[in-house]
Design a protein around this ligand. Structure first.
Ligand SMILES: [Zn+2]
Length: 152
């Protein structure tokens, strides 16, 4: 039989639940959290996802800062390092789009600035980049990846 004292209501979802549905603050403590396990876990998932996104943005930001005023050779190194960190083109593109959608003010401007620098870089390394087909462009990028791997 459950006594009312064994139950409490969650601060978050307001459901009345048994005490074992509320985590203890510490293993050796009798004090329990005011959010139930499922609300607590959901909040933790959101917090971890936000922290992951913050780390990704901080990494991109560091690259973007390095790319400002960088020489062609430095840009090549920076792009290589970015591709490595984000696990290839798709990963980098996803991180970039996510960054751009969240960025405000100067950070947003920096996205464009770096994009222009990269376009300049592609332009110099291959003057006909605008006339290239998708296959040729892919080939160029693969060449770039190979050169990057060879330089390790
Ligand atoms: Zn709850």
């Amino acid at each position: 039989m459950t006594h009312p004292i064994d139950r409490r209501s969650c601060r978050c979802c307001h459901r009345e639940l048994s005490l074992d549905q509320f985590r203890r603050r510490r293993r050796d403590s009798n004090v329990r959290l005011s959010d139930c396990r499922s609300c607590h876990n959901r909040a933790e998932r959101v917090r971890r996802a936000a922290a992951r996104q913050d780390r990704t943005h901080a990494r991109l930001n560091a690259f973007f800062r390095r790319a400002q005023g960088a020489s062609r050779e430095q840009i090549q190194q920076i792009v290589g390092a970015m591709l490595e960190q984000f696990g290839g083109h798709q990963g980098l593109a996803d991180a970039w789009v996510n960054y751009h959608s969240q960025a405000r003010g100067l950070a947003k401007f920096r996205c464009y600035e770096v994009l222009f620098r990269l376009m300049q870089f592609l332009d110099q390394s291959s003057p006909k980049v605008c006339e290239m087909s998708d296959d040729e462009l892919l080939h160029e990028l693969q060449n770039f990846e190979r050169r990057k791997q060879a330089s390790h």
